[in-house]
Design a binder for this molecule. Sequence first.
Ligand code: FAD
Ligand code: ZN
Length: 469
Amino acid sequence: MSTTALSDLKSSLDPKAWSDDPAELSGHVSDWRGRYRGDTPLLLKPGSTQEVSRILAACNAAGIAVLPQGGNTGLVGGSTPQGEVLISLKRMNAIRVIDSENDSLTCEAGAILETVQGAAAEAGKLFPLSLGAQGSAMIGGLISTNAGGVHVLRYGMMRELVLGLEAVLPDGRVLSDLSGLRKDNTGYDLKQLFIGAEGTLGVVTAATLKLFARPASTAVAVAAVDSPRKAVELLGHMKDATGGAVAAFELMPKRGLDMVVEHVPGARHPLAGDPEWTVLIELTSAEKDRAATLMEAALEGAFERDLLSDAVIAQSEAQAHEFWMLRESIPEGEKAHGKAAKHDVSVPVSRMAAFMEEAIELAESADPDAMVVAFGHVGDGNVHFNVSRRAPGADDAFISRIAPITAQIYDLVDKHHGSISAEHGIGTLKQAELLARKPVEAEVMRAIKAALDPNNIMNPRILLGVKPS
Ligand code: FAD
Ligand code: ZN
């Protein structure tokens, strides 16, 4: 990379818009789990869309590769630079407009999810995207990875929550549609190209998001089930018995909760007897007090149908919060237990039980030390299928030893018509698998990328970085 081009770039910018101070750079060149480490010659911090446009036009002309960064919470190696110039969106964090009549909110890409949720709540509305990293993850990053989380069952993934967006193309042109239209049939839906593109087509600078009415009542319960198969049956029952009021349905294995109880201060098992499998159910309703009544009746029906053996309905917001904290703390508990081979996979809900039975058998019979900790968004057919070591303190050696199991798990995912990346994306972690399992799709994506980014400056190593052999 030409140093003249970099110094020209610096001198063309407001001094607030860049840094090459190693102390500041160090916070941006590794991920939160310490799994990926990299470097960058320059951190750019544009304060406006025009500034992003000038930066990209200059980088494009000089052939300088760039990597956009939001909250740096991504889980697939896509936010760590390896020599690229970093473009952090952190200064572009304004909530631009809340249009209550249109049920929409327009914000800049660097707005933190929790801030957006709070702004919507202040306006008496709901922005439903919700996930463990919401205190750090930014709207631009969440859009670029098409994030999911715990309310997909009711509201959909980020893809369904974006009404319009503003993005700067690699040559500096700005594509802008922040009008918040729900109906617009003027050709290709271009915004969808940028959602889930992992920063390979341009820099997302702003978005108009969908807002919803806040539910008038919410009920949260935990229930003990015998197996993932029973969990799926219980999901069907709860959806039918509540007229579609299920907002979240999450699976928590005893093994995952054990790790939380051991490592997270104040955490305790939610049900007596520490059952092998627990589900967390959230119902919401537009009617006051209705969610709790629905929950009670539906759980009673489930008990009579032998779908669950025990259940507790949260009696206060604090108890509901405690149940949710247990679910959200599983990654933290796992991390403290040791390294794990992680698989963020999805299958049709109707295939979930068979997939889980076969995949657990496969992983645990392949290695006597392997212990599956499978948890998460079973209501969406998405499970975080993680393979840990039974004894604590697993390191890289264990991960390498069990690496061959990963391909076999993905083969099972294919057999059940699923996806090898349900919600975290491809990054650098799953590129080879994507190419091997979706060659035609990868070819088409490459053609789209070549059309929009002919000089290949946008995240050249991410998503499509590996060339077919
Ligand atoms: P980054 O990590 O900074 O970037 C992610 C990717 O997007 C990178 O490739 C980057 O180059 C690109 N990018 C970032 N900003 C832009 C932009 N403005 N324009 C173009 N490209 C850009 N995800 C789920 O879906 N569901 C979950 O339940 C969930 N739980 C999580 C729990 C924890 C504890 C953590 C740490 C992560 C979790 N995630 C989950 C992952 C989370 O979705 C992603 O971390 C998040 O979407 C990324 O947002 P970010 O702002 O941190 O982006
Ligand atoms: Zn998840």
